[in-house]
Design a protein around this ligand. Structure first.
Ligand code: UN1
Length: 498
């Protein structure tokens, strides 16, 4: 294997090692003999230096006209497109998803670069009539300052782009701490931005482990906005730390996404949807289908067909074009998923397929697990309530739409959801009733597009929606402006009172 690449922090346009001199190494989860890269193991000092650089870059960057900021993003989109193949390989090597899915991760970033880039030419404010004559009023968007981004490993290019690109087109500067299991893609994204003309210091990268590098960023007094995607457990901590400092904290956390299948559904379509949403990305999406809520009338047939297909999925190294499902991201995640499988068995669910680590040959060098399906699951079991983040599907049988929706809603989370039915009334009723930020009708729970608001309710989020037009609300500040051209003092609510 070739010599591993060394990645220093990016601070003020310079690549610098961690001040402690410490590094950590990342290995390919499909083949742990393959060292993907060596990264700065950053601490508070590095975070402070990065925030200083971002602060220094802010006055100038925030004054660059928004359409000009957007142009840089549009050029970066072209560079990403040209390098899609190479970047997909990097992404597959660092976090394991198969090449065709890695390509999708990059495509999502390209889409966001185009969308956020074009936003530079909109960034609409509003004008509003006044209560008083000869008075004009408007609300405009303004940059905020240094934005701290904490991104996960499961969509290392896409989610970094969802946060970074709107943040910079709005005129902020950024310090990003990517997930330690997949930092290379952030460097690739930022490389394109720099070549596209992004000035030094506008985006700074600090790599390292969550609490050591992430916490000082969340606590830093000069970082008024934090955007975090990751577990609810960590998100809660981020929220608490941010609240103490009155920060804007945008959280996108766990899911326990239901996919409902009604008896009149196109079962072939539902079958394809379930397999893709439950086992795509090895179940490691916050939008993954982890609960199949199926009407008893079609449960047996559908579940038999799911099991047959799950057993024939080609699990392997994502760099092999034949691979349909890659490994889990790391040893810890593997143990966590295996532990949930034990819990499911103990709770009395019936294991229909999978449930074990794949071993032998090349499997011994990675964190592979067989696609797993449990049936006879009740909505009270932990495997039906807690986010597993692995290829484990729990099947719950129901007798009616109302019961399906009630069970779908009976979890702490509310990110994505889906219903398969040919009955338009049932589809709309479910769409209205499902407690989720995203609802799909006759499509799987995964595959959100970047130009629609993305996020969830309940323990999934805290009301913000990244992506879509709402992304601007996360990364800009409203300012209301009143212009009185009457030439006299007009006392609002007094001179115009009845
Ligand atoms: C995530 O898993 O955090 O909707 C994001 C989807 C992808 C994004 C997933 N576009 O499945």
């Amino acid at each position: 294997m070739s010599t591993p690449r060394v990645f220093h922090n990016l601070i003020g346009g310079e690549f610098v090692p961690a001040q402690s001199g410490k590094t950590f190494e990342r290995r390919n989860p499909a083949d742990t003999r393959d060292v993907v890269g060596i990264f700065a193991d950053s601490d508070e000092r590095d975070v402070h230096a990065a925030v200083e650089a971002a602060k220094a870059a802010f006055p100038q960057w925030s004054k660059v006209p928004a359409p000009k900021r957007g142009e840089i993003l549009l050029r970066a989109a072209e560079l990403l497109q040209a390098r899609k193949e190479q970047y997909s390989r990097d992404l597959t090597r660092e976090m394991g998803k198969p090449l065709f899915e890695a390509g999708g991760d990059i495509v999502e970033a390209i889409g966001m670069a185009q969308y956020a880039g074009s936003e530079g030419r909109r960034m609409h404010g509003v004008t509003t009539p006044s209560e008083l004559p000869n008075k004009f009023q408007m609300s405009i968007r303004q940059p905020i300052g240094v934005v701290g981004l904490i991104t996960p490993w499961n969509f290392p290019m896409a989610i970094a782009s969802w946060k970074m690109l709107p943040a910079i087109v709005c005129g902020n500067t950024v310090v990003i701490k990517p997930g330690e299991d997949a930092s290379v893609s952030t460097y690739n994204l930022v490389q394109c931005l720099m070549e596209a003309g992004l000035p030094p210091g506008v985006v700074n990268i600090v790599t390292g482990y969550g609490p050591r590098a992430g916490q000082p960023l969340v606590e830093h007094p000069d970082v008024p906005v934090i955007s975090f995607t990751g577990s609810t457990e960590t998100g809660r901590l981020v929220y608490e730390l941010g609240a103490r400092r009155i920060k804007r904290v945008s959280l996108e956390m766990g899911g326990k996404n239901p996919l409902i299948v009604m008896p009149d559904a196109d079962l072939d379509l539902a079958l394809d949807g379930v397999l893709w949403a439950a086992f795509g990305t090895t179940g490691q999406r916050c939008t993954a289908t982890s609960r199949l809520i199926v009407h008893r009338a079609v449960a047996k047939e559908l579940v038999e067909r799911i099991v047959a297909r799950a057993q024939s999925l080609r699990v392997g190294n994502g760099l092999d074009p034949a691979t349909e499902m890659g490994p889990l991201v790391n040893e810890k995640q593997l143990q966590r998923v295996l532990n949930y499988i034990d819990i499911g068995k103990q709770e009395g669910a019936t294991l229909l397929c999978g449930g074990y680590r794949l071993t032998g040959g090349d499997y011994d060098y990675g964190y592979f697990i067989a696609p797993t399906v449990f049936t006879n699951v009740t909505s009270q079991m932990r495997i039906a309530r807690e986010e597993i983040f692995g290829p484990v599907l729990s099947v719950i049988e129901v007798d009616s739409l109302d019961e399906a929706v009630a069970i779908a809603n009976d979890v702490a989370y509310g990110l994505s959801s889906a219903i398969y039915t040919r009955d338009i009334n049932a589809a709309f009723r479910a769409m209205q009733a499902l407690q989720a930020g995203i609802v799909y009708i006759n499509a799987p729970t995964i595959g959100a597009e970047i130009h629609l608001p993305f996020g969830g309710v309940k323990a999934t989020g805290n009301g913000h929606r990244e992506a879509g037009p709402t992304m601007l609300d996360v990364f800009s500040e409203w300012k209301s402006v009143y212009i009185d051209y009457s030439g006299a003092l007009q006392r609002a609510q007094i001179d115009n009172a009845d």
